[in-house]
Design a protein. Structure first.
Length: 128
């Protein structure tokens, strides 16, 4: 996983350590991680990409080249996670806001700032 994280974090210009910390927090680097989030939404893969909202948003931005099952592929999942972090990094300058927005998923753009301080603290504990 480290090489994939290094490749895509460099490509998108996001902090390797931040991607690593989010992946560790979200899935423990488990490519088969799958979590039901309620209301028909599920988080999938290493970076726990939220399906359908965040996945559809990111997939549309890259030309709809992926399907939901691709989220179990670590290369694609980390690609999308790094892409999403690059988008959030353009919107927010504060790392905690980026982390909280990643955790909130796509709805952050509609409903404003949402902070899960427990999540931010856990990511921060892995972030070097």
């Amino acid at each position: 996983m480290h090489k994939i994280i290094e490749t895509w974090s460099t490509y998108f210009g996001v902090d390797y350590s931040l991607v690593y910390a989010i992946a560790k927090t979200e899935s423990g680097f488990n490519k088969f991680a799958f979590r039901y989030e309620g209301k028909g939404r599920i988080s999938i893969g290493v970076m726990q990409i939220l399906y359908p909202p965040t996945f559809r948003y990111l997939n549309a931005k890259v030309g709809n080249q992926f399907n939901v099952f691709d989220l179990f592929n670590p290369n694609i999942n980390i690609f999308l996670g790094c892409f999403y972090l690059s988008i959030l990094s353009e919107k927010y300058s504060d790392t905690d806001d980026i982390i909280a927005s990643y955790n909130a998923g796509k709805p952050i753009y509609k409903y404003g700032r949402y902070i899960n301080q427990t999540y931010v603290n856990k990511v921060r504990s892995y972030y070097v």
